[in-house]
Design a protein around this ligand. Structure first.
Ligand code: 13P
Length: 370
């Protein structure tokens, strides 16, 4: 696998298009946002690519340091390679999410990523700049883009004093200085959301006024929203009914707020928790209703289908649905050329086994998850 764009058609057959993250971000900026999905198992790869194909939406596939440790980088690369060949209609970029300096260096050297995120937001402003700058220099030498983070992505409680809450957010003037001094290519901003299922404990919401000021100072610069999961109440309720201990107070980012954030310069929205909630609900309900079963493929199929629906729905919501054809057409060479590696892989690869179940449940138009 190589960095940057590689794509095309092979006779009538289209080859999957792997595009550089920065190229996707710049095409999206100000118009829509890309869904950036954290995946690391077989079912998630199928669900992600089927959902993206159904929505005809470009996506960012991302692996964290923890996921690379869990699955093994080689396993992730090969699963992705398989998905690329099985779902040739999907346009995507590959990103290393939440890296430290060492894992970014490893990802950059691997040649499998077109962008990395250096997460040094826990350090002081000056230290964050120093670490981020080192990663930027290393990454740019290889033509790889860098996402950095400024501010703290921490859940905010009702009792959190206002001054503490404000201190956690990205300070717009600092954001401008940070981007100028580090040379990073996109910036993850802290505007009140957090990772996981408990983003807000009461009536707090995203600080869109902070985002608006950052956008004013960094007009046209791609901003990233981490903690983009919606944590739908019906998923929480179903998990609880099936024996799960997730608290009823679990909550996420509303659909309306996401749309407003995109209008204010957010070009990439990270989603992990919503996919995990669906995994939990599907498996809890399956084994509750069929206590005698021990076949992982049965709930696995349901999960693929449900995850695909989630991905398609998110892409729709972010305005990314239907954007693939424009990107693909722009990338094709006048001769309809295709890179040699993709051509070889396609012709050498066996067709995926015919899955009757998939035909029935996954190739049909996808309904909304809610
Ligand atoms: P969620 O926990 O809201 O899905 O956010 C994931 C994320 O930001 C990964 O970087």
């Amino acid at each position: 696998m190589t960095k940057g764009a590689q794509s095309g058609t092979h006779g009538e057959k289209q080859i999957a298009m792997r595009i550089a993250t920065l190229e996707l971000l710049h095409a999206a900026r100000g118009r829509y946002a890309l869904g950036a999905f954290n995946v690391c198992n077989l079912e998630q790869f199928h669900g992600l690519f089927r959902g993206a194909a159904a929505a005809r939406a470009p996506i960012i596939v991302q692996f964290t340091r923890v996921m690379r440790d869990y699955a093994h980088p080689l396993m992730l690369d090969q699963l992705l390679r398989g998905a690329e060949i099985i779902y040739p209609e999907v346009t995507f970029a590959v990103h290393h999410d939440h890296g430290d300096e060492a894992s970014c260096a490893e990802a950059i050297a691997s040649g499998h990523y077109s962008s990395v995120m250096i997460d040094a937001s826990h350090l002081s402003f000056e230290q964050n700049i120093a670490v981020t700058r080192r990663v930027v220099v290393r990454a740019h030498q290889q033509g790889i883009a860098v996402e950095a983070e400024l501010g703290q992505l921490k859940g905010v409680e009702d009792e959190t004093p206002v001054e503490t809450e404000v201190a956690l957010l990205t300070e717009p003037a600092q954001a401008e200085e940070f981007v100028g001094r580090t040379g990073c290519d996109s910036l993850a901003v802290a505007i009140g959301t957090s990772h996981g299922a408990y983003k807000f404990s009461g009536n707090q919401r995203l600080h869109l006024e902070v985002l608006a000021e950052i956008q004013r100072r960094l007009a046209g610069f791609p901003l990233v929203l981490h903690g983009g999961s919606a944590v739908p109440p019906n998923e929480v309720e179903r998990i609880r009914r099936a024996g799960g201990g997730i608290a009823p107070s679990a909550s996420g980012v509303s659909e309306a707020e996401l749309s407003q954030a995109i209008a204010l310069g957010v070009a990439k929205v990270n989603v992990a928790t919503d996919g995990r909630l669906i995994w939990t609900r599907v498996h809890r309900e399956f084994f509750r209703d069929r206590p005698g079963e021990f076949d992982f493929m049965q709930p696995g199929r349901t999960y693929i289908n449900e995850f695909a629906k989630l991905v398609a729905h998110k892409c729709e919501l972010l305005g990314a649905a239907g954007r693939t054809p424009a990107l693909t057409t722009a990338k094709l060479s006048p001769s309809g050329g295709v890179n040699n590696e993709a051509r070889t892989a396609l012709s050498a690869s066996p067709q995926p086994p015919h899955d009757k179940h998939a035909d029935k449940t996954l190739r049909t138009p996808l309904e909304s998850t809610r």
